[in-house]
Design a protein around this ligand. Structure first.
Ligand SMILES: Nc1ncnc2c1ncn2[C@@H]1O[C@H](COP(=O)(O)OP(=O)(O)O)[C@@H](O)[C@H]1O
Ligand SMILES: [Mg+2]
Length: 259
C-alpha cells in the first residue's frame, strides 16, 4: 500500500529528533525523540497539548533553531523556499498590506511589476483587494492573518509550515479561514505541516493527524481522517467526524491533564 519508501521523496524528513533547552541542572527536555515524514502534496496536522514542543519542532523545520540530536531535512527541489506562518501573524506593521504580501517575492527578486500583480492576485483571493494600500494596524485580526497567508502563499512555497495560525481568532473566523485554507491547498496541492492544539481543526484539514504527548513531545498516535478530497468544511457535521474527534480526545486528554 502506498509508497514503500516515503522518506526518499519526502519534502520534510526528521529522524530521532530531540531538543533540550538550558544547561544542567536546569535542562528542559522540550521535544522528542521524534520521527516525521511529510510526503509531497500531503497535509499533515500535529496536535498536542500546550508546551509539548510543537513550536520548537516548527522552528527547527524553519531553520530558526538547531536540533539537540537527530536530523531534520527539508527537501525542496526548486528555488522556492519553505514558507512559515505564525500564530501572531508575523507581518510588518510598517509596510503596507501589499508590500507585506510582496515581501517574499522581493527577496526572490521578482520584478516589481510582476510582484505587485501577484500580490494583488492573492489579496483579491483573500478578500483584501480594497486594502492593498492600508497598514496592518488598521485591520482586524482575521484580516491580518489573511495577509500572512497571502504572503506565505504568494511565493508558491513547496512546503508550508504553519504554527497555530488561527489560534488567536474567534471560532467563526477560524472556521472560515480553515475552509479557505482547504480550498487553496487542495487546488495547489501545497505540502503543509500544520500545528494546532485543536483536534477539530486537525481533522478538518489533515490527510494525517499526528497526536503528540506532553513534553517532551513525541508522536503517540496517527490517524487518517476518512474524508475524501476535495473536502469542504461540511465534514464537521459528519458523524464520523464526531467519533474520530472523540477517539482522539481520549488520547489527548491524558496528555493535556495537569501532572
Ligand atoms: N528558548 C527557550 N528556552 C528555554 N525553554 C524553551 C525555549 N523555547 C521553548 N522552551 C520550552 O520548551 C517547551 C516546549 O515549548 P514550545 O515548543 O513552545 O511548546 P508548544 O508550542 O507545544 O506550546 C516548553 O516547556 C517551553 O517552556
Ligand atoms: Mg507553540
Amino acid at each position: 500500500m502506498g509508497d514503500p519508501h516515503p522518506e526518499i521523496h519526502a519534502k520534510l524528513h526528521a529522524t530521532d529528533l530531540t531538543r533540550t533547552f538550558g544547561r544542567p541542572p536546569r535542562v528542559v527536555d522540550a521535544l522528542g525523540p521524534l520521527d516525521l515524514t511529510v510526503a509531497p502534496g500531503e497535509f499533515v496536522c500535529l496536535v498536542g497539548p500546550s508546551g509539548c514542543g510543537k513550536s520548537t519542532l516548527l522552528r527547527i523545520a524553519a531553520g530558526l533553531l538547531r536540533p539537540s540530536t537527530g536530523t531534520l531535512e527539508i527537501r525542496t527541489v526548486s528555488a522556492r523556499p519553505a514558507a512559515m506562518i505564525f500564530q501572531d501573524y508575523g507581518i510588518y506593521d510598517w509596510k503596507t498590506v501589499r508590500a507585506n504580501v510582496r515581501f517574499g517575492l522581493d527577496i526572490q527578486r521578482v520584478p516589481r511589476r510582476e510582484a505587485n500583480a501577484r500580490a494583488d492576485e492573492w489579496l483579491a483571493r483573500m478578500g483584501l483587494a480594497d486594502f492593498a494600500h492600508a497598514y496592518p494596524a488598521t485591520l482586524s485580526g482575521g484580516m491580518r492573518q489573511r495577509v500572512a497567508i497571502a504572503r506565505a502563499l504568494a511565493v508558491e512555497p513547496e512546503l508550508l509550515l504553519m504554527d497555530e495560525p488561527f489560534a488567536a481568532l474567534d471560532a467563526q473566523l477560524r472556521m472560515i479561514l480553515q475552509d479557505e485554507l482547504l480550498e487553496i491547498t487542495q487546488a495547489l496541492r501545497t505540502t503543509t505541516l500544520f500545528i494546532t492544539h485543536s483536534l477539530e481543526e486537525a481533522i478538518v484539514l489533515g490527510d494525517r493527524v499526528l497526536v503528540m504527548s506532553a513534553r517532551p513531545g513525541r508522536i503517540i498516535a496517527e490517524h487518517h481522517p476518512p474524508f475524501p478530497r476535495p473536502r469542504t468544511g461540511d465534514i464537521r457535521s459528519d458523524p464520523e467526524f464526531t467519533s474520530l474527534k472523540r477517539e482522539l480526545w481520549e488520547l489527548l486528554r491524558k496528555e493535556a491533564a495537569p501532572a
